[in-house]
Design a protein around this ligand. Structure first.
Ligand code: PLP
Length: 416
């Protein structure tokens, strides 16, 4: 059987596919210590809330109504109106429902947007997406229709007290050229938990405007919902910014609901793409979100339940790591948001890919760092010294995984 070029590219057994298979197998096997995937936590208060909300919606016929009807290609109109009102009221942004469109998860929004702004263009140019700071989200890596769609830049590394460090954008070496079609950054960042500073974001915004290209901010973990952000950071939007949001990290990844806030022209384009690719985005997630907004629960639960839950979990996970791994063995990226810890084993005599294989044999799953540098042109040893761990599982599991991690690290040093 032979496929088209598109088929060849999108049916490849990519690194991410291998990892997702591991994750799937790990989730089915109760003995595995699963510190790898990106599933949000099962927060008891949120699960209870969704349970009650869904049974009320069912009694009122709202679930059936959502399931039995197509929405328009930009998604459920009542949600677009409610979100526009909420965001303009809480953040002061001059927006209306015409600035909003929904997609089936924000992952499909990235696919649309990367290929809208990068790739082979009618003027003969080939444009690329710039990730100004790698490590960056691995879900972006294979989302280009054309090969080599991405360019990224190494960060500047700031060492902090207590075995912490923080990445910053290295503006002096940013590979931004006439070929750059879009700048994209996740804030908070998966995999590192970094939150680029307000000043960094404003500089990126200025650069994008100077180059007449959009700035895409992936706000899947950010403000005002789900609010998994622990540092002082202000959300930013203007008509040159495309802000992507999601219901996933509220605890609804199965609803596959992504939200795009952008200039009307971009939103019209997204609506047309939705029509061609999926007719309309799914309706269940949006129906739930409308209820949450109307009841005043979306921002309240983000602030009072979701954020404190993750803040506590991350602090506990760091305390466990430090019981087994001193600063000389393991540096930790300052946890400013998202649901991961990014560990840097500076002097590790083996690559983190080998470490991943050894951990997997012992039933512990984490993700080796080199997957998180899409578009980085030159080899950089740092990419093989880092590991991403999800800190969401309960403390017992975290401790089990970290104990084995520490043993494998000592073994690698002893073998060297
Ligand atoms: N953006 C980032 C940074 C993520 O980590 C994830 C999921 O892990 C997503 C977007 C995808 O979200 P969605 O479920 O809306 O496709």
């Amino acid at each position: 059987m032979s496929f088209s070029l598109f088929g060849d590219k999108f049916t490849r057994h990519s690194g991410i596919a291998r990892l997702m298979e591991d994750m799937g197998a790990g989730l089915r096997d109760a003995k595995t210590v699963m510190l790898g995937g990106g599933n949000p936590a099962q927060i008891p208060a949120m699960n209870d809330y969704f349970h009650q909300l869904l049974s009320q919606m069912q009694q009122e016929g709202k679930l059936t109504e959502a399931l039995c009807n197509y929405d328009g290609p930009r998604g459920k109109a009542v949600l677009l109106d409610a979100l526009a009102a909420l965001l303009s009221k809480t953040l002061g942004w001059p927006i209306t429902a015409k600035n909003l469109a929904l997609t089936n998860g924000s992952q499909s929004a990235f696919f649309y947007l990367f290929n809208l702004y990068a790739g082979r263009c009618a003027d003969g140019a080939t444009r690329r997406v710039l990730f100004p700071l790698a490590p960056e989200y691995l879900g972006y890596a294979d989302a280009g229709l054309d090969e080599d769609l991405f360019v990224s830049a190494r960060p500047h590394i700031e060492r902090l007290p207590q075995g912490l460090f923080k990445y910053h954008i290295d503006f002096d070496h940013l590979p931004i050229t006439a070929e750059t079609g879009l700048i994209c950054v996740s804030r908070p960042t998966n995999p590192t938990g970094n939150v680029i500073t307000d000043e960094e974001l404003r500089r990126l915004d200025r650069l994008a405007q100077q180059h007449h290209i959009p700035l895409l901010i992936d706000n899947a973990y950010g403000l005002p919902f789900p609010g998994i952000i622990f540092s002082e950071a202000r959300p930013l939007w203007n008509p040159n910014i495309i802000l992507c949001m999601s219901l996933s990290k509220l605890g609804l990844p199965g609803s596959r609901c992504g939200i795009i806030l952008a200039d009307e022209k971009v939103i019209d384009a997204i609506g047309n793409m939705n029509g061609i690719i999926s007719l309309a985005p799914g309706s269940i997630g949006p129906a739930i979100a409308v209820e949450m907004i109307q009841r005043g629960d979306l921002l309240r639960l983000s602030e009072t339940v979701i954020k404190p839950f993750y803040r506590q979990r991350v602090q506990e996970a760091i305390a466990i790591i430090r019981r087994y791994l001193p600063e000389e063995r393991c540096l930790i990226h300052k946890p400013e948001g998202a649901i991961f810890l990014w560990l840097w084993f500076q002097d590790l005599p083996i690559t983190t890919e080998t470490l991943y294989q050894r951990l997997k044999q012992r039933g512990v799953l984490m993700v080796p760092g080199h997957f998180f540098f899409p578009g980085l042109a030159q080899e950089w040893p740092h990419t093989h010294q880092c590991m991403r761990m999800n800190y969401v599982p309960d403390n017992e599991k975290i401790e089990q995984g970290v104990r084995i991690l520490a043993e494998e690290i000592e073994r690698a040093h002893a073998e060297a």
